[in-house]
Write a protein that binds this ligand. Structure first.
Ligand code: TYM
Length: 329
């Protein structure tokens, strides 16, 4: 049987080059070899306050970007989490299998809970909803960036716990599919290369949004932090800024880090950053054009309706199966 793949992206603002290189690019690669479900996880976005009108727009834009980045709705199932009610229902059932202690230990919870004054219960149970997303589809593989690996580990723990409790395979135990850092697993901030590139960063100069105009992209790379030297060389530890830029260059051009280092040997950072800005702008150009086409009324809505129908059939059956196991059906 074909392997199943599930992954999700939050519609909580402009998607970044980190989302693309760390995750979405791999979705497109997997879709022809596996049975794929890609989800705009709008319920996850609610764990922090959102402007309703902006959220509604971001949900559609995220789905448009999925398709514009190369996901084929004829091949992959593309849908919105809240359109398939089994996600929220399964999340409750799994909350009753998860321990508060393990949820409190999640790095992202620790980070986010210090940044917000009122910490919602949703921020704590967030990874359980993520487990529900994945386990509903019996996903074998979950393509995610490095920052989500801990959540995936928790999903595996919950799946194994449930399987042990019932003495049979209730859920498939999923594997992460994460590239190493040198291949996009963790794209770093352009201003603070020790932090990951994030769409929730207050300073937009720290990230490239997939819909940034070409001149903005070029400018942002020009002001990207490098280091005091002038050698274009991959060294994650001592040259995190330059190394991050080299990874981006390599993923956008398809060239090895070594080829890039050789090309810019002696050229200095200025030329390298200018070329990189132009390369990224050129890489994103067709994606941006496709998003415009997909913005015609009704186009993305139709794709999402059809996706929700296909997803609900799979997720509903799994939900009923687990409800029966638990005795609530
Ligand atoms: P989210 O929306 O923050 O990010 C979406 C995907 O992009 C990856 N990513 C990165 N990869 C490399 N470098 C970066 N700087 C970078 N920033 C983000 C993320 O690792 C992720 O793969 N909780 C998830 C969404 C989710 C999910 C799921 C994922 C909900 N349910 C089920 C997989 C399976 C999240 O907030 O991702």
């Amino acid at each position: 049987m074909q392997k199943r793949v599930f992954s999700g992206v939050q519609p909580s603002g402009a998607l970044t080059l980190g989302n693309y290189l760390g995750a979405i690019k791999n979705f497109t690669r997997l879709q022809h070899e596996t049975n794929c479900f890609f989800c705009v996880v709008d319920l996850h976005a609610l764990t922090v306050p959102q402007d309703p009108a902006a959220l509604r727009e971001n949900i559609k834009n995220t789905a448009r970007l999925f398709v514009a980045c190369g996901l084929d709705p004829q091949v992959s199932t593309i849908f919105v989490q809240s359109h398939v009610s089994a996600h929220a229902e399964m999340s409750w059932l799994l909350e009753c299998q998860a321990y508060i202690g393990e949820l409190r230990r999640m790095t992202q919870f620790k980070d986010k809970s210090t940044r917000h004054e009122n910490v919602t219960a949703g921020l704590l149970t967030y990874p359980v909803l993520m487990a529900a997303d994945i386990l509903l589809y019996d996903a074998d593989l979950v393509p995610v960036g490095e920052d989500q690996k801990q959540h995936l580990e928790l999903t595996r723990d919950i799946a194994i716990r449930v399987n042990n409790r019932f003495g049979e395979k209730v859920f498939t135990v999923p594997e992460p599919y994460t590239p190493p850092r040198s291949a996009g697993g963790r794209i770093m901030s352009l201003l603070e290369p020790e932090k990951k590139m994030s769409k929730s960063d207050e300073n937009p100069k720290s990230y490239i949004a997939l819909l940034d105009p070409p001149e903005v992209i070029v400018k942002k790379f020009k002001s990207a932090v490098t280091d005091s030297g002038n050698e274009v060389r991959y060294d994650e530890e001592n040259k995190p800024g330059v190394s991050n830029l080299m990874v981006i260059y390599s993923l956008c051009s398809g060239e090895s880090l070594e080829t890039i280092a050789n090309r810019y040997s002696g050229a200095g950072y200025g030329k390298f950053k200018q070329d990189l800005g132009e390369l990224v702008a050129e890489t994103l150009r067709p994606i941006q054009e496709k998003v415009k086409e997909l913005s015609a009324p009704g186009v993305i809505e139709e794709i999402l309706d059809s996706g929700a129908g296909k997803a609900a059939a799979v997720a509903g059956a799994k939900l009923r199966f687990f409800q029966e196991k638990l005795g609530v059906r």
